[in-house]
Design a protein around this ligand. Structure first.
Ligand code: MG
Ligand code: ZN
Length: 218
């Protein structure tokens, strides 16, 4: 019985996600669903991206958190259109929450929309939002074993960012193990090593986004 209920919820979510996707396609918006554990650097990566790409395209952000507007406030201060979703207790965003948030944007003016999911490596992977691409951020202090322990979120990744890479030596981080595990789970996803703090490697991420933006416009 429980399985049936869950299947119905997922089907309803998929239908809503499809509707969001049609809206994004109609407006030529590249939509990136960013997933990571708390503190991996989702907001920092978005802030770095804004600094690097804001002269080339119009960026908007949906922030997902259980509570607070801390991250939305940071992004809003940059003059970027941002909507904060507070899930109340839910540990992931779903397509219905995104649909509700979209009414606060002028979609015709957006080229690139980031959806920062709730910090969690488990269930966000199960809920489609209508995004084009799924980007997983892992960070050095979390340890290189995360893809071993939480494989399901890495399986459907379009790109994997390894953040705080400036700390790799201090943490004796096993980059090879991380890269080979991610590669085994999802061979098509590039692993992009960056440091939001020093800016090191960020250009690789920006190049990946530029390519995806061009594909979406084509
Ligand atoms: Mg954040
Ligand atoms: Zn959840």
């Amino acid at each position: 019985m429980k399985v049936k209920v869950l299947t119905n919820i997922m089907n309803a979510n998929d239908q809503l996600a499809e509707r969001n996707r049609e809206l994004f396609d109609k407006n030529n918006i590249l939509v990136i669903n960013i997933m990571a554990s708390p503190g991996a650097g989702k907001t920092s990566t978005i802030m770095q991206t804004i600094a690097n790409l804001r002269d080339e395209c119009n960026i908007a952000v949906i922030e997902g958190d259980l509570a607070s507007t801390i991250d939305a406030d940071k992004i809003g201060k940059e003059g970027i259109d941002v909507v904060q979703i507070n899930t109340g207790g839910a540990c992931h965003l779903d397509a219905n929450m995104i649909e509700n948030a979209l009414s606060d944007f002028d979609l015709s003016k957006i080229d690139l929309l980031f959806i920062e999911n709730v910090g969690n490596l488990v269930c966000p992977a199960g809920f489609k939002l209508g995004e084009d691409k799924r980007v997983i951020i892992s960070s050095v202090p979390e340890g290189h074993d995360k893809p071993h322990k939480y494989p399901s979120i890495f399986v459907d990744a379009d790109a994997v960012i390894l953040n705080k890479y400036d700390m790799a030596e201090v943490f004796e981080y096993d980059t090879k193990d991380f890269e080979s595990t991610v590669n085994g789970l999802c061979p098509s996803a590039p692993v992009i090593k960056i440091s939001c703090k020093t800016g090191e490697g960020v250009s690789g991420w920006i190049d990946w986004l530029r390519t995806e933006l061009a594909k979406k416009k084509a």
